[in-house]
Design a protein around this ligand. Structure first.
Ligand SMILES: Nc1nc2c(c(=O)[nH]1)N[C@H]1C(S)=C(S)[C@@H](COP(=O)(O)OP(=O)(O)OC[C@H]3O[C@@H](n4cnc5c(=O)[nH]c(N)nc54)[C@H](O)[C@@H]3O)O[C@H]1N2
Ligand SMILES: Nc1nc2c(c(=O)[nH]1)N[C@H]1C(S)=C(S)[C@@H](COP(=O)(O)OP(=O)(O)OC[C@H]3O[C@@H](n4cnc5c(=O)[nH]c(N)nc54)[C@H](O)[C@@H]3O)O[C@H]1N2
Ligand code: SF4
Ligand SMILES: [Mo]
Length: 707
């Protein structure tokens, strides 16, 4: 392992008797560079040091990252398989657990067909593991029902990028270039709390005079320092974006040469934006006319601008439309494919980029190939050694798998690296689904709310107990390193999947001894696809501080800047989005007069199953709360810290209030990192984006009841 030890420059960080192993944080898409401190004698993890020479994060880390090491040997780790006996999960041997899985999966598939068993994946895993989850479902189990938590996260960004640019890479530019940007237009991203270490680039640019525009119903820490804060009503982004496009066109800010050479639909666009005057846009969005005009002028006049967004605009029934329209802002200004400018979504999960490219999505195969494309099926089948006729057809999206459970089509499920019992919308439907399943297997290292429904829980390893790669939010493929041997009887996910495949009689397709062998196969499976990793090797990543995809051959330099010459569309031109404004799936009514929006806090990660177990993080934020504007609070005669009942058309919950001027008067915000009666997803709606099938976590209607 010696070659993976920290480089010379950081030797001063060593304490006597310790070694440092270089890796990246397990949580968000920033993938901050870090060294884990290990006691040389005991092999135990004792701490962390930031990696100052990592070019993307420069030694910066956030509160989650600096405590992540505490989860590795945490006392709550599941160390042996668990089997449900008389309603209780009890420890069992691997043989007992695998016997039970084999028996039940085979029985369900015999009775109801291969599709009776579904796979629900996640992207907090390495590329090697994410790739194998797709192969496991299609080759190991032979089911068409596979989808994953990225459907809740990146699917609308992917849909919007494919529609406009033809290829979905989360960022068209490398992050360090952000320092040289003149204007940031950031929509629906709580950047300072959710991608904290990217803030350094904003500050560096701001020190040189860059302008910042933020579109968010809340005055987030990032909105607070913005030159213009567009405090829009939840669900009105497509109106706001059309309003911005209107001014960009009317004021002559369009890069006409770029648009005529590189874009389609300009004439049609001019027609759709015609009616989005600042006044009309203000009426729809609730944002003051002057702010809209000011923002458009700043953006329009900036030589180098970046349009950035995150789940605030994507987790809507208009998520794909929103992404397409905001991307069109960058296109009209001729910014994509150039230095220090472009468009980027803040990819959420650690491997939210890589994990969405290689076949966990219901309709995708490795390399971003479409399952509906016969040539793609043929190629991937040849890599996998199966007959193309054996390849299952596309399945349904993550939330819709629970409809299939309700209808009795899915009877067994394997959840790997996700906790949908907290993180899926309209939770009653999800909980009923888990109860209805004949057989549920969950792979996790902590007993999640989802694992509590399981018949068998398999102890997976954490990110620190296996080698592999992830792809960060820039599109840079990086190395995750094994810090210690697996704790207890836990096993890396690829090993678990291979063992089950073996039990299902498909062992010959899963012959792996280590993650590196999987990477080699995966390189080949991605070869020639849009997300082409063929030229990337673990050695290259080591030498070059990561390699950007697409990278089709070993002598290809990788692609830090996308679309310099042409776009990923069939004709090489970008498609400007010409889209009418439409309301959210659910808007306030007399009975439910408010907007509910949901999201994150800096101290917790997603369903909270990891961060709620870290004392420091838990103490900072032990429970959810409702952010309410003072004007709204006084209307209901509610005080700060008072318990109130929040009621949506589906369900209700009781939370404490946090009274703050940093939110619209018609909107309530609740973070979603807790389960059961503290889960805000009891209230969220099951409206899905028609293209991406992403749930509308960011908008539903609500009423407040005083207790
Ligand atoms: N601390 C922390 N960091 C994280 C995570 C975490 O759980 N905790 N998770 C990671 C993951 S997987 C993800 S996906 C990202 C998410 O990162 P973000 O998308 O930045 O986080 P969210 O809090 O979900 O939502 C962002 C903002 O959208 C705003 N918003 C709500 N409705 C609307 C709307 O209609 N329009 C607009 N324009 N804005 C709206 C909210 O007020 C919120 O400030 O963060 C990653 N980083
Ligand atoms: N209301 C509301 N709901 C939301 C959102 C929102 O903004 N609002 N955001 C959505 C978004 S963007 C996301 S990404 C989802 C995420 O929601 P989830 O998919 O539930 O995310 P996690 O909490 O990370 O769940 C991962 C689980 O796998 C475990 N785990 C971590 N790493 C590994 C591993 O390597 N192997 C295995 N086997 N297990 C592992 C963790 O312990 C945890 O229990 O939530 C979505 N839900
Ligand atoms: S959670 Fe994200 S920002 Fe924080 S240390 Fe980890 S990778 Fe970096
Ligand atoms: Mo996410």
């Amino acid at each position: 392992m010696s070659q993976f030890l920290a480089k010379e420059g950081v030797k001063n960080l060593h304490k006597p008797g310790e070694k440092l192993i270089t890796t990246h944080c397990c949580y968000c898409g920033m993938q901050c560079g870090m060294h884990i401190r290990v006691n040389e004698k005991s092999g135990k993890v004792v701490g962390v040091e930031p990696r100052y020479d990592w070019p993307v994060t420069n030694g910066k880390m956030c509160p989650k990252g600096v405590t992540a090491y505490q989860t590795i040997e945490h006392e709550d780790r599941i160390l042996k398989p668990l089997i449900k006996r008389n309603g209780k999960l009890v420890e069992a041997s691997w043989k007992e657990a695998l016997d039970l899985i084999e028996k039940n999966f085979k029985k369900l598939q015999k009775e109801s067909g291969k599709d009776a068993v579904a796979v629900f994946g996640g992207v907090s895993m390495t590329n090697e593991k994410c790739y194998l989850v797709g192969k496991y479902a299609r080759v190991g189990l032979g089911t068409r029902f596979i989808d994953y938590n990225g459907r809740f996260c990146m699917s609308s960004a992917a849909g919007g990028f494919i529609r406009t640019l033809g290829t979905d890479r989360g960022s068209t530019l490398p992050w360090p270039e952000l320092e040289h940007t003149d204007c940031f237009f950031i929509a629906g991203s709580n950047t300072a709390e959710c991608h904290p270490t990217s803030i350094q680039w904003l500050w560096k640019a701001k020190d040189k005079g860059a302008k910042l525009i933020v579109a968010d119903p809340r005055e987030t820490p990032t909105a607070r320092v913005a030159d213009v804060h567009l405090d829009l009503k939840p669900g009105t982004d497509s109106a706001l974006a059309n309003g911005m496009l209107h001014i960009i066109v009317k004021e002559g800010y369009v890069d006409e040469e770029y648009v005529s050479e590189r874009c389609n639909n300009y004439e049609e666009l001019k027609k759709t934006i015609e009616k989005f005057t600042p006044e009309y846009t203000s009426q729809l969005t609730g944002v003051a006319v002057e702010k809209i005009i000011k923002a458009a002028h700043i953006f329009g006049m900036s030589p180098r601008s970046v349009v950035m967004f995150a789940r605030g605009v994507e987790q809507q029934t208009k998520g794909v439309d929103n992404v397409s329209l905001y991307t069109t802002m960058a296109l009209l200004r001729g910014q994509i494919g150039k230095f220090a400018s472009g468009v980027a979504t803040f990819t959420g999960q650690g491997n939210g980029q890589g994990g969405r490219e290689h076949g966990q999505k219901a309709d995708l195969l490795p390399g971003y190939r479409k399952l509906t494309d016969p040539a793609a099926v043929e190629y991937v089948s040849s890599v996998w050694g199966i007959d193309p006729s054996e390849m299952p057809k596309p399945g349904v999206s993550a939330y819709e798998m629970f409809d299939e459970i309700e209808q009795g089509n899915i009877r067994g499920m394997h959840v790997i690296c996700s906790n949908p019992a907290v993180s899926a919308p309209n939770l009653e439907h999800i909980w009923k689904g888990f109860e209805k399943l004949d057989f549920l297997v969950v792979s996790d290292f902590f007993l999640s709310e989802t694992a509590q429904f399981a018949d068998v829980v398999l102890p997976a390893t954490t990110w620190a107990e296996d080698d592999g790669t992830t792809t960060n939010l820039e599109g840079r493929v990086i190395r995750i390193r094994k810090i210690r041997e697996p704790l207890g009887e836990s096993q890396p996910d690829w090993k678990i999947l291979s063992m089950i495949a073996e039990r299902m009689g498909r062992g010959q397709f899963f012959p792996y001894n280590n993650a590196s062998e999987i990477f080699e196969e995966f390189r080949l499976a991605s070869k020639g696809g849009k997300a082409d990793y063929y030229g990337i090797t673990w050695d290259r990543i080591e030498r070059e501080d990561g390699v950007f995809w697409p990278c089709p051959s070993k002598d290809h330099p990788g692609t830090p800047t996308m679309f310099t010459e042409s776009f990923g569309t069939p004709d090489g031109k970008a498609n400007l989005a010409c889209i009418e404004w439409q309301e959210a799936g659910e808007t306030p009514t007399n009975q439910f007069p408010l907007f509910l929006t949901t999201g994150r806090v800096v101290f917790h990660y997603l369903s909270g199953n990891q961060t709620r177990r870290v004392n420091f993080l838990y103490e900072q934020c032990p429970e959810p709360y409702a952010e309410i504007h003072p004007a709204l609070a006084s209307q209901y005669n509610i005080h700060d810290g008072e318990q109130v009942k929040l009621v949506s058309p589906r369900s209700h919950m009781v939370v404490k209030t946090r009274i703050t001027k940093a939110i619209r008067k018609d909107t309530v915000f609740v973070p979603y990192h807790w389960g059961k009666e503290l889960a805000v997803n009891q209230l969220t709606s099951d409206h899905l984006d028609p293209y991406s099938r992403m749930p509308e976590f960011k908008v539903c209607s609500l009423k407040i009841e005083k207790l």
